[in-house]
Design a protein around this ligand. Structure first.
Ligand code: ZN
Length: 277
């Protein structure tokens, strides 16, 4: 039976809606976890050449979550994905935890195992066709050295461009600017960063300045486990103060500066014609 005019119009509207909704659906996420292989094949490498890989660890962080080193880089990647036209690889949430390894809920992977595992992840991203592999790292110490080594190695072997950003170190000038003082591991800066992402992950009611210890000057003393999970970079600076406005300002400025570094680095690689096929 032929459709009546209103029914025809209704079905046309449905078709139009579908045509409008489908491409939007296909681009509804940039997370590798959440797209299917057909979408991936469509995007990489013809439309998307950059992948953001968040890396961190599980370790005690004062009154912030043990996964703060994972929460931070993932939030940065999610903010920057669209403007960098990047996909976001699943985070690597287990890392090489050092002097805080004995605190409740902290986990550590041996350097040997971490190196082998990260090698295969980075190599896999290169094999999938990404040209720019950007590691947004949330945890320092030997982990940074391993990531630096591996990205260089994969870069040479697979002819890909790679960048490792340790966000808190790269943005230490922003810490000074926003808070008027230096920060620390799980100090005001890092706790504020988490507070800006999700205030439920930070617990002011559990905080006291006595939870913090200043980092020893080189060669002065060393302890395992470190006596506090809040480790101030400078004595007397970086005690957590839970200021939401400053936290939000810090988060925005860190994301902006990190995004600028990634964008400019890719532009410079492009201009230099490096590994362009
Ligand atoms: Zn941290």
């Amino acid at each position: 039976m032929p459709l009546s005019l209103p029914a025809k119009l209704a079905s046309m509207r449905i078709c139009l809606l579908l045509a409008w909704a489908l491409p939007a659906l296909a681009q509804s996420t940039r997370e590798m976890n959440d797209i299917n292989w057909m979408e991936f094949r469509e995007f990489v490498p013809s439309k998307i050449k950059t992948v953001l890989l968040p890396t961190g660890t599980l370790e005690a962080h004062g009154v912030a979550n043990n996964g703060a080193d994972n929460t931070a880089p993932l939030a940065i990647a999610r903010k920057l994905g669209p403007e960098l036209n990047a996909l976001i690889a699943p985070s690597v949430n287990y890392g090489i935890t050092g002097s805080l390894g004995a605190y409740a809920g902290s986990m550590s992977i041996s350097e040997k195992a971490y190196r082998a595992y990260m090698h295969d992840i980075l190599d896999g991203l290169a094999q999938q066709g990404f040209k720019n592999i950007i590691v947004i790292n949330g945890h320092g110490g030997p982990q940074t050295a391993v990531l630096n080594d591996l990205t260089e190695q994969i870069g040479r072997e697979r002819q890909v461009r790679s960048l490792v950003v340790n966000w808190w170190a790269y943005c230490s000038d922003i810490t000074l600017k926003v808070f008027g003082e230096d920060g620390g591991h799980a100090g005001w800066n890092e706790s504020a960063f988490i507070q800006a992402i999700d205030r439920k992950l930070v617990h002011p009611e559990r905080y006291s300045d006595s939870l913090a210890t200043a980092r020893p000057s080189a060669g002065s003393w060393s302890a395992y486990p470190f006596p506090s999970s809040i480790i101030l970079y400078q004595p007397g600076q970086g005690y957590v103060k839970f200021d939401q406005a400053k936290a939000d300002q810090y988060f925005a400025a860190v994301v902006e500066k990190t995004g600028k570094l990634i964008k400019e680095t890719i532009e410079k690689w492009d201009k230099a014609g490096i590994f362009l096929k």
